[in-house]
Design a protein around this ligand. Structure first.
Ligand SMILES: [Zn+2]
Length: 470
C-alpha cells in the first residue's frame, strides 16, 4: 500500500492525501492552498488522477481541508464524501461561501487586468462556482463518530474526536491486505484539552503508521490567565470609558467560543447589561449548526435534556445577545448608542463587515479593538495589532485612537505538548510517524523532540512524496 502526500507538506494549508490499499484509492481531505506562495497549486492539474478515487474522507470543515473539494467535483469526481454529521453542515456553508468568493475574485481579476494589460496565468475562470459546490454537497454522506465505515471488503475507516472544531475528527483506517492487518491514523487537526464547547481529543493505543499535524510543533501556548478574566477586564474597562468593544473574529468556532465566554460573564453579572452582536451571516449560520448538533458538544455545553422544547446549545444564548445576518441590521449597528460588543468577520480584517465597524470606531479613544487569534503577515489585522498609528480602510486613512487589546488562549490547535499528549497512549511505537500541516521549522523541531523523547521513526515529507507502507 502507498500513501501520497499531496498538500500541507512543510507548509500549513492544502491538506490532501491519497491512500492506495487493497485495490482502493482513498483520498483524505482536499483542502485549499491559502499561502500566496502555494496558491497556484489550486489551479494546476492535480498530481494524481482524481477521477479514479473511490472515496473521499474529510476530517473537518476548515477551508484548508475541504476547500478544493468543489474543484475536484468540477473535474468529474462523483463518489462519496464521508464526514461526521456537523462537518457535513459546516462544509456546506464553507464551500458555498468559498465558491462565491472564487466567482467574485475571478471577475475582479479580469477587470483589474483589463486596466493594466496583465494576463492571468490560469485564465479567468473561477476555481469553481456555486453550482460546483452544490454538486459537492450532494455527495456528502454524514456518519457518526466511532461508527466504522466499510470501504470495500478489506478497509474500514472510523472517525474519532480530535477536539479542534465542532465535528472535527482524526481517522483510523484499518486495512487487511495479503493476510496482514495495518492501521493508519490520520490526525486531521488536533485541538487543545479542556475547551468549553468541544470535547477533548480522544487518544488511541496503537497504529502502524501515523500522520500528524504540526502547526504549533515548536510552540507552547502562552498562559495569560482564564479567558473569562481577560475578557471581563477588557469589557468593563471599555464600558467605563463609554466606547464599543470591536472584535474581529473567525466565523467558525472562534465566534461561538466568544459568545460562550461573554454569555458566561453576562449570566454571572460580571459585566453590565450591554448589547452583544455577532454581525456575520456566516457566523450566524455556523452558530445554528452548533444548536442543531448540540449533542456533539462538550457535556457541559449541551442543552439540558430535561428542558422541554430545548433547541440546542443554551450556552450560546443570553439576554442582550443577537445574531445579525441582514445587511440593513448590520448597518443599523452604527447608530446604536454605546457601549456594545460587536463581533464581526473576517478575523484578520481582510474583508467583510468588520471593516465598517473599524471605520466607525477606530478613531474613538474610548473604543477597544480586541484581537482573538493569529494575524497573518500583511493583513489589516496584523497592521492594527502591531500598533500602527494610522491605517487605510476602503481607500481612506484613519488615525488609530482606539485601545488595542489581545485575548490569549483561544487557539483551535493544540501546542507542542498537546500534540505529544495525543500520542501518549500509543504504547507500541508505530513503524513511522509523518509530520505534516506545519511550517518547516515547527515540523522539524517537533520531529527532533519525538525522536529523542519517544525514540520513534519520524519523517517530514515533501510535497508529492509517495511512501510505500507495509
Ligand atoms: Zn482546521
Amino acid at each position: 500500500m502507498k500513501l501520497h502526500f499531496l498538500g500541507a507538506n512543510r507548509q500549513v494549508t492544502g491538506s490532501r492525501y491519497l491512500l492506495e490499499a487493497a485495490g482502493k484509492r482513498i483520498m483524505i481531505d482536499c483542502g485549499m492552498f491559502q499561502e500566496r506562495k502555494f496558491q497556484s497549486r489550486n489551479y494546476e492539474p492535480p498530481p494524481v488522477d482524481l477521477n479514479t478515487v473511490d472515496t473521499l474522507l474529510l476530517t473537518h470543515a476548515h477551508l484548508d481541508h475541504c476547500g478544493l473539494i468543489p474543484r475536484m467535483v468540477k473535474r468529474g469526481y462523483k463518489n462519496p464524501i464521508i464526514t461526521v454529521d456537523p462537518s457535513a453542515d459546516l462544509a456546506e456553508i464553507i464551500m458555498l461561501d468559498s465558491a462565491k468568493i472564487q466567482v467574485e475574485d475571478a471577475k475582479y481579476k479580469l477587470k483589474r487586468h483589463k486596466k493594466t494589460g496583465k494576463k492571468a496565468k490560469f485564465g479567468y475562470d473561477p476555481l469553481y462556482t456555486v453550482q460546483d459546490a452544490q454538486n459537492a454537497v450532494k455527495l456528502i454522506q454524514p456518519v457518526a463518530f466511532h461508527q466504522p465505515v466499510q470501504l470495500g471488503d478489506s478497509i474500514t475507516a472510523t472517525f474519532h474526536e480530535s477536539g479542534h472544531i465542532l465535528g472535527s475528527a482524526f481517522i483510523e483506517i484499518n486495512i487487511q491486505e495479503n493476510g496482514n492487518k495495518q492501521t493508519l491514523v490520520m490526525s486531521g487537526d488536533i485541538g487543545q484539552w479542556d475547551k468549553p464547547l468541544i470535547n477533548d481529543p480522544e487518544l488511541f493505543n496503537r497504529a502502524d503508521y501515523i500522520v500528524m499535524e504540526s502547526t504549533y510543533g515548536d510552540r507552547l501556548h502562552k498562559d495569560s490567565g482564564p479567558i473569562e478574566d481577560q475578557l471581563a477586564h477588557i469589557i468593563n474597562d471599555t464600558v467605563q470609558r463609554g466606547g464599543n468593544i470591536i472584535i474581529p473574529t473567525f466565523a467558525v468556532e472562534r465566534a461561538q467560543e466568544l459568545v460562550y465566554f461573554i454569555g458566561q460573564l453576562a449570566k454571572a453579572d460580571r459585566i453590565p447589561d450591554i448589547g452583544v452582536y455577532l454581525d456575520s451571516p456566516m457566523a450566524s449560520k455556523v452558530t445554528k449548526v452548533f444548536h442543531r448538533w448540540c449533542k456533539y458538544l462538550d457535556e457541559e455545553a449541551r442543552c439540558n435534556p430535561s428542558t422541554k422544547g430545548c433547541q440546542g446549545a443554551d450556552v450560546l444564548r443570553f439576554d442582550g445577545f443577537k445574531l445579525v445576518s441582514a445587511t440593513e441590521d448590520s448597518i443599523a449597528l452604527n447608530t446604536l448608542k454605546g457601549p456594545n460588543v460587536i463581533m464581526s468577520s473576517s478575523g484578520m480584517c481582510t474583508g467583510g463587515r468588520i471593516k465598517h465597524h473599524l471605520k466607525n470606531n477606530i478613531t474613538n479613544p474610548n473604543a477597544t479593538i480586541v484581537f482573538v487569534g493569529y494575524q497573518a503577515e500583511g493583513t489589516l489585522g496584523r497592521i492594527i495589532s502591531n500598533g500602527a498609528k494610522e491605517v487605510r480602510i476602503h481607500g481612506q486613512n484613519f488615525p488609530v485612537n482606539a485601545k488595542i487589546a489581545h485575548l490569549h488562549g483561544l487557539s483551535a490547535h493544540g501546542d507542542r505538548d498537546d500534540l505529544l499528549h495525543w500520542l501518549s497512549d500509543c504504547n507500541t511505537p508505530p513503524k513511522q510517524l509523518f509530520l505534516t500541516h506545519g511550517e518547516e521549522r515547527g515540523a522539524e523541531a517537533l520531529s527532533k523532540v519525538i525522536k529523542s523523547e519517544l525514540g520513534w521513526n519520524v519523517t517530514v515529507p515533501e510535497y508529492q512524496d509517495v511512501v510505500e507502507l507495509g
